[in-house]
Design a protein around this ligand. Structure first.
Ligand code: PMP
Length: 327
């Protein structure tokens, strides 16, 4: 994965119904979003399929974005259909085939304190090509991870089901500590000491052919890839148990893997230098990873409803079609 945006910038960014050049997407240093991390966002992937580019579970991501807005009392002033269209149009306008999509809803310049009164709520949709988040080899070789010394916050502190920028300070602490200690990624525990999730991924364990994943317990994000994998496990007659996961289950699992939009289905090779199972991708992980990638790339007819096609730039509607956002 490229660690920086330099060199992978797209040409256009969608801003409140209009396309603006990438480098003109600027906000003031005193925007509420900059001062206090007051923005909500999504991370979505568009995949190349035989029928052209298609966005994976786009309406579900937009639903989560609007849910995030609701919890933070943000009124985006547009419908989910308009936001879906904005994402599709931005991909088409940039001529991208496979890419990452980052819609953001943020409080702009105005308020000095905690109440965002007098600040505009701005919406952006950013797209850029992005390879494998945990490294080019990660999907096959797996990743070496640690249990973080930073834990997730108590439920009812930061709403963990919401994708808010401010929450990711905790994830950054985890990720930076992991890298400083030579690991690719970190797993957070809950305040109670059970397993929560990765810095930007949900986690699954396999033991005796059964798939385990922790509850969405107010310390983790309800991942769309997690939900996809649970459904795909059903297709493959793999039993799934959603239950609290003790830390020691990480060291005794036959297989472990992360799920996430950026990370897709990434095997975990070791935790705290203890090899997971045989130390390489196991058969259940492989089957689920394959099925997930098949679904995302449009190779599973029964999962085509998960894909929103992106028309080619020439046939794409113009930004005017999404300019109904009223302030
Ligand atoms: N947990 C966290 C904290 C995340 O940031 C992500 C990535 N969005 C996930 C889990 C996985 O969610 P999804 O599968 O919807 O990308």
């Amino acid at each position: 994965m490229s660690g920086t945006l330099q060199g992978i910038e797209a040409e256009w960014i969608w801003h409140d119904g209009e396309f603006i050049p990438w480098h003109e997407a600027r906000i003031h240093i005193m925007s509420v979003a900059v001062q206090f991390g007051s923005s909500v966002f999504e991370g979505i992937r568009c995949y190349a399929t035989d029928d052209g580019p298609a966005v994976f579970r786009l309406p579900d991501h937009i639903r989560r974005l609007l849910d995030s807005c609701r919890v933070y009392r943000m009124d985006p002033g547009c419908s989910s259909e308009e936001l879906v269209r904005a994402c599709v149009e931005t991909i088409a306008r940039n001529g991208l085939v496979s890419c990452y999509v980052r819609p953001m809803v943020l409080w702009g310049y105005g308020a000095a304190g905690m109440l965002p009164v007098g600040s505009p709520l701005e919406i952006y949709v950013v797209t850029f090509p992005w390879g494998s988040y945990l490294g080019p080899e990660a999907l096959e070789q797996g990743v070496d991870v640690c249990v973080s010394s930073w834990q997730r916050a108590e439920p009812n502190t930061y709403p963990a089901m919401v994708k808010s920028a401010g929450h990711y300070n905790n994830a950054q602490l985890m990720k930076m500590e992991a890298h400083a200690n030579g690991y690719i990624e970190a797993i957070a525990l809950t305040p109670g000491g059970t397993v929560s999730e990765g810095s930007g991924q949900n986690i699954f364990a396999v033991r005796n052919g059964v798939l385990y994943t922790p509850f969405i317990d107010g310390t983790s994000l309800s991942g769309i890839t997690r939900d996809s994998v649970i459904q795909l496990a059903g297709d493959l007659d793999i039993a799934v148990r959603v239950e609290p996961m003790p830390r020691e289950a990480l060291y005794t699992a036959d297989e472990l893997f992360f799920t996430g939009t950026a990370s897709e289905v990434t095997p975990i090779r070791s935790v705290d230098k203890i090899p997971v199972g045989a130390g390489r991708m196991g058969p259940v992980t492989r089957a689920l990873q394959q099925r997930f990638l098949d679904a995302a790339h449009g190779r599973l007819p029964e999962r085509r409803e998960w894909l929103t096609p992106v028309p080619s730039a020439a046939g794409a509607p113009t930004a005017a079609a999404t300019q109904s956002r009223v302030r």
